[in-house]
Structures are given as C-alpha cells and as structure tokens.
Design a binder for this molecule. Structure first.
Ligand code: F6P
Ligand code: MN
Length: 338
C-alpha cells in the first residue's frame, strides 16, 4: 500500500491557527496560545504512551484483576501528572482540578498569579485501556478569579475554552475558544497537529444514539420511553436510530459531533450514592457541553442546560444528554411528559 504523503507546506498547524486567532483579540498576551499549545503537548505525550502501552503491557492484556487495576491506575495517574507537570511553569495556570485528585492542585504560589484554571479528565473511557479501544482527555478552561479553590464551582458558561483529545486510529485535538469548534489531527511523523476542520457543525439531527442499555431497568420512565422511541422506525423514513456505544464518552461524542444523534448517561437508581448518573460536571459534562453548543448542538440534564449546572463540590455528577438539537430537545420533552 502506498504511504500517505506528508502534510503539504501550506497546511495550517495548530500554532499557526492559534497565533492567527490571537491577533483578533485586542490585548492578547499569548498566554492562552501557550496554554493550548501545552495541552496539545500533553495530548502528544499521552498519545505516544498509550500507543506503546499494549506492547509494554501497561494496559493489561494480562487479566489478573489486581494487576489490571494497578496498571489502569498507572496510566490514569501518568496522564494526570503529565498535565500537572506541563502546566505548572510560567505562572499561567493557577488551579488544576481533575478526576484523579481529591482536591484541586495549586500551580502558582499565590492565587493572584496566573490567569487561567483548568478542569480535566486525564483519561476518559479507561475501561477501554484493557482492549485497545478509543480513549480521550477532556479539558475546560476558566479565567482565574483569585478567590480560593471553590472558584471552580461555577457554571459551564464561565469556561473560556474547552475541548478534548481523542486517541483513536489518529490522535485529534478538538476545541472551542468560544468562536466555533476546530479539529486538528496529529501527524506522528512531524509531531505537529494540523487543522483538519474549522467551524465544525453538528447535524441538527442524526441517526446514532449512544447509551448503556444494560441500565434500562434503573432508568426513569421518561428515559425508557425516549430510548424506545429512538428504536421505533420513523414514520417518514421507515428507519430507526442505530445504537453506537463504545464505553468512551469522547469517542461517542466525536461520532455525534460529525454525524448527529444523541449520547445519554441519565440519572439511574442503580446506586443510591450516584443518583445523577456517572459523569462529572466539571471534568466531562461542562467541557463537552460547550463544544456541543459551539458546534450548534446542545447538552441537557433532561431538565436544564448542562452549562447552567453549578456544582456544589469538585466531583459532583449530573445526568447528560448531549448531541443534536432535535434529539436532545425530544429527550427533554419525554422527561417532562413521563
Ligand atoms: O468516564 C466515564 C466513562 O468511562 C465514559 O467515557 C463512558 O461513556 C462511560 O463512563 C461508560 O460507562 P458505563 O460502563 O457505565 O457504560
Ligand atoms: Mn471520563
């Protein structure tokens, strides 16, 4: 098979894109560009480690549960440390909060230093580590308010940028800085992210739905009836929605970003300690909600816009219905009606 040609001399790199965009913000200092470049660097480092991990045995094709648990933990902790290490110098990021840490980490000596904070999920979909499946890293950036760590407990609308890195057959960086959504693909040969698509538009409706239907017995009536409706052939087209669930929120969301449809992790009664489903507000729901909205889609808890959810603690969860406007709107109707 012929090898893919290298990226052409006129292809836009991430750095070029960021610098061009920086020019349109009067008074921009370059710190935001620096921050996104560092996130991209973290994505490259994590991607390269993941790529080799099935060879080095880190992801556990060996099936002893203890070892598997430890190994999985190692990659989660590794990815977390990569972020902390590469965001801590230069006093750009004040606070970093992640799924892997009980409390946010202070990255500057005082909260008066640094202009940004970051909330992130270092490895999303970690159940897929064991099977060389799709994984991701999710991030949301807010401006520093300089109060204390509780300043992170705000609505998703406070995010000035958000996005994710997708570790699939290709590694892609997808983000919004409040001006549409752009997708970049990592070229392993040059180590550079190249612009793949700018101003991404999520279809208004789509044929895919992603949900763990094994939980059906724990769902509320509105969720059950909604998912049933997705499986009922449409009167006009004669077609039902297709199930596409990969156990990776980033992977499933990415498909929906391109093709439309809905990803659902609703509230369920399986665990009284987690009545709001599984996904974390700050590390997963807020960032993807901003990306969805910037691409013309929506994210809802079923009763309110996810971007309006204000968490009470760093690890709060909320139900998530995210994707095309039509399907998410229909989900809200079902929740209201049943
Ligand atoms: O991070 C949470 C997560 O791994 C998502 O990436 C994924 O969509 C979901 O959990 C899978 O959960 P479950 O195994 O309950 O379907
Ligand atoms: Mn996750």
């Amino acid at each position: 098979m012929a090898e893919m040609p290298p990226p052409g001399p006129t292809q836009v790199t991430l750095t070029q894109y960021l610098i061009e965009n920086q020019k349109s913000h009067a008074g921009a200092t370059g710190e935001f560009t620096d921050l996104l470049n560092r996130i991209a660097l973290c994505g490259k480092i994590i991607s390269s480690r993941l790529r080799r991990s099935t060879l080095t045995g880190e992801t556990g094709y060996a099936r002893t549960s203890n070892v598997y648990g430890e190994r999985q933990e190692k990659l989660d902790v590794f990815a977390n440390e990569v972020f902390l290490h590469h965001l801590q110098y230069g006093s750009i990021v004040t606070l970093a909060a992640s799924e892997e840490m009980d409390e946010p980490a202070a990255l500057t000596r005082s909260l008066e230093q640094g202009h940004y904070t970051i909330c992130f999920d270092p490895i999303d979909g970690s159940a897929n580590l064991d099977v060389n499946g799709t994984l991701g890293t999710i991030f949301g950036i807010r401006r520093r308010a300089g109060v204390d760590a509780s300043e992170l407990l705000t609505s998703g609308r406070e995010q000035v940028a958000a996005g994710y890195v997708l570790y699939g057959p290709a590694t892609q960086l997808v983000f919004t800085a409040g001006n549409g959504v752009a997708i970049f693909t990592l070229d392993g040969e040059t180590g550079e992210f190249y612009l793949a698509q700018d101003r991404v538009e999520m279809p208004k409706s789509g044929k895919n739905y992603a949900v763990n239907e094994g939980n059906t017995g724990y769902w509320r009536p509105g969720t059950k009836k909604f998912v049933e409706s997705l499986k009922t052939p449409d009167a006009k087209t004669g077609k039902a929605h297709a199930t596409r669930y990969s156990a990776s929120l980033v992977g499933d969301f990415h498909r929906i970003l391109h093709q439309g449809g809905i990803y659902l992790y609703p509230e369920d009664s399986s665990d009284p300690k987690k009545p709001n489903g599984k996904l974390r507000v700050l590390y997963e729901c807020h960032p993807l909600a901003l990306v969805a909205e910037q691409a013309g889609g929506r994210a809802s808890t079923g009763t309110k816009n996810v971007l309006d959810v204000v968490p009470e603690s760093f690890h709060d969860r909320c139900p998530l219905a995210i994707g095309s406007k039509e399907e998410v709107g229909r989900y809200e109707e079902f929740v209201k009606t049943f």
